[in-house]
Design a protein around this ligand. Structure first.
Ligand code: ZN
Ligand code: ZN
Length: 278
């Protein structure tokens, strides 16, 4: 199996700028179909809820790109951002890039997590309060979304001028029952340089994987399939929820190989042990 010379990219927020260069280095050109409305698969600002998982959304976009271009392989990305599950006041981002071969059904998925995303929000009760928020998010390189508190649709998005933000905030405050407006970083890639850079890193990660061939069948795309937990407790040896093993594999022939999780220690801290620290 050889890699195609052209693949379809299911995106409409300028992600080709970040994804195309690593692919070009591997001799693969991206084709972005005109008229693909990826917002139908979900938006960050809430007008359209994402149906299903990140992987399902990325697959739907990749398949739509295949259908519109007639190419055999579609690539699409999907991101998720929210509060950090463990560390208060921090945000966490997760990006996924999915390669879908429509002829064989074969898929290759790479993920990358961002511990320092440009993702933030603030509830404000006056126009004056929005200044501090704009100062801490690298505005106007990062655009802003404004909504009334609790509103299901934003009043304005993609705002990159302070006056526009202030006008929208004043309007959202006037319209909302609570008298407060929610201002949020715009997470669309072309309006969030940090997100665009992370997507570029992820594209390089997928390209590096495509350059690795399967030791069993020589197909491109040898890489991580999943991570298994069970790092043993240093005191009692009980398996913990911490990662222990990385399963590498080939989604063309099903070959798999296990290796130690990269950078994992030999033993887990007893503080993480379900027996020593239940
Ligand atoms: Zn233990
Ligand atoms: Zn293989």
């Amino acid at each position: 199996m050889t890699l195609p010379k052209r693949v379809a990219l299911g995106t409409m927020h300028g992600k080709a700028a970040a994804i195309a260069p690593p692919f070009a280095a591997l001799g693969i050109a991206l084709e972005v179909p005109a008229g693909l409305d990826t917002d139908q698969f979900g938006t960050f600002s809430g007008e359209v809820a994402r149906a299903g998982t990140m992987e399902q959304a990325a697959r739907a976009k990749a398949k739509a790109a295949v259908a519109l271009t007639g190419l055999s392989v579609g690539v699409a990305s999907e991101g998720a951002y929210g509060p950090h599950p463990v560390i208060p006041f921090l945000a966490l981002g997760q990006e996924m890039l999915l390669w879908h071969d429509a002829a064989t059904g074969r898929e290759i998925v790479e993920v990358l997590r961002d511990d320092r995303p440009t993702y933030d929000q603030a509830l404000v009760a006056s126009v004056g309060e929005v200044e501090g928020f704009l100062a801490r998010i690298a505005f106007p390189e990062v655009a802003v979304v404004v909504a009334g508190e609790g509103a299901s649709r934003p009043l304005a998005k993609g705002l990159t001028e302070a006056r526009g933000v202030e006008r929208a905030v004043a309007e959202a405050i006037a319209l909302s029952d609570s008298g407060r407006a929610m201002v949020t970083t715009d997470m669309r890639a072309h309006l969030n340089p940090r997100r665009m850079a992370v997507i570029g890193d992820l594209a390089a990660q997928l390209v590096a994987r495509l350059a690795r061939t399967c030791p069993a069948c020589a197909a491109p795309g040898w890489g991580r399939l999943r991570v298994e937990a069970g790092l043993p407790c240093a005191d009692c040896g009980t398996p913990t929820a911490l990662p222990r093993t990385e399963i590498l594999g080939c989604t063309a022939c099903g070959a798999e190989a296990a290796q130690s999780f990269p950078a994992a220690p030999d033993w887990a801290d007893p503080g993480q042990c379900p027996m020593c620290n239940p």
